[in-house]
Design a protein around this ligand. Structure first.
Ligand SMILES: C[S@@+](CC[C@H](N)C(=O)[O-])C[C@H]1O[C@@H](n2cnc3c(N)ncnc32)[C@H](O)[C@@H]1O
Length: 290
């Protein structure tokens, strides 16, 4: 049974599935390829074709649908019926046979255990909406194959500060100023031409009933306690970031040092200024130790 926070969040996503899109825009598989954000393409290039993937909290499933185009086993799980309904319509329309969709509460370990094991577990922008981010993290580790790889995307304590300020402004002095509100959302998605997408982002970033923020050190500690080897973060946690993700991909780099306290503190302070577009969102990559 969902917790009180879980019920609130579930109701929210049932009203405002994320990412929002018009089903009419997807008539062939190429439309899916053209619609995904660049980072999804980088993930796709980084994951071998024969790997199995589960996208935990997949929402309406744009990412997992896209990843299933080249693969035999991709799962998208979520607890929002409306989001999954939209995903199922997309699956049917594009005949995506290797894309499996299941209604699962990630805080429910019994439901999670029934799903089996996967080579890649993605959990992007989900745990900070559960009310028990670490509990959810521990649960989804049960989905990993030996040496399985994981990506966890969360809001950062520091990087999220400017967005929290904008939320306050949008609710108070700019409450009735649509131009300013549009300019806020443009900071994250570039334009507001696609009304469904813009509305989805507005709801998700500015009207969410529950979110928590986390530090890099906290996630590294989660990794350590659960035998997950740290690989890297995006945006990078290297002091002088000379990485070229486009070439190296993610999960594949071996030259990334473990970010010590000072590096983490410096990076997170910098994210207050230069992580505006992502709203303080960052992803940590790791793999199960042998
Ligand atoms: C911000 S959306 C992220 C969607 C997608 N991962 C993405 O990055 O575009 C968060 C999703 O997590 C789902 N979610 C939140 N708590 C959950 C839980 N306890 N169990 C399953 N799904 C959950 C919501 O229903 C929603 O679809």
């Amino acid at each position: 049974m969902a917790t009180e926070i879980g019920t609130k969040v579930q109701n929210f996503y049932n009203k405002t599935p994320f990412p929002d899109y018009e089903l009419d825009r997807f008539n062939k598989r190429e439309d899916l390829i053209n619609a995904v954000y660049p980072f999804a393409k980088l993930l796709d290039r980084s994951i071998p074709e024969n790997a199995s993937i589960i996208d935990v909290g997949t929402g309406t499933g744009q990412l997992s649908a896209f990843l299933s185009l080249r693969r035999k086993k991709v799962y998208g799980i979520d607890f929002s019926d409306s989001s999954l309904d939209k995903a199922k319509k997309l699956k049917k329309k594009l005949n995506l046979k290797t894309w499996n969709l299941e209604k699962i509460d990630i805080l429910d370990s019994e439901q999670i255990e029934k799903l089996g094991k996967f080579d890649y577990v993605l959990c992007l922008g989900v745990l900070h909406h559960t009310g028990n981010a670490y509990g959810g993290f521990k649960n989804i580790l049960k989905l990993l194959n030996p040496q399985g790889k994981i990506a966890v995307g969360l809001y950062n304590n520091f990087g999220r500060i400017p967005l929290k300020v904008r939320i306050t402004l949008a609710k108070t002095i700019f409450k009735n100023n649509q131009k300013i509100k549009d300019s806020f959302i443009k900071m994250q998605i570039g334009d507001v031409e696609d009304k469904e997408r813009a509305r989805g982002w507005w709801n998700d970033q500015y009207l969410h009933p529950h979110e928590t923020t986390h530090s890099i050190g906290e996630v590294l500690n989660w990794f350590k306690k659960n035998d997950i080897e740290y690989i890297e973060t995006v945006p990078s946690t290297k002091i002088f970031d000379q990485s070229n993700l486009e070439i190296a991909g993610v999960w594949n780099k071996c030259d990334v040092g473990y970010p010590n306290f000072l590096v983490r503190a410096g990076k997170q302070l910098m994210w207050i200024l230069n992580n505006q577009r992502e709203g303080g969102y960052w992803i940590t990559f790791g793999k199960l130790k042998n």
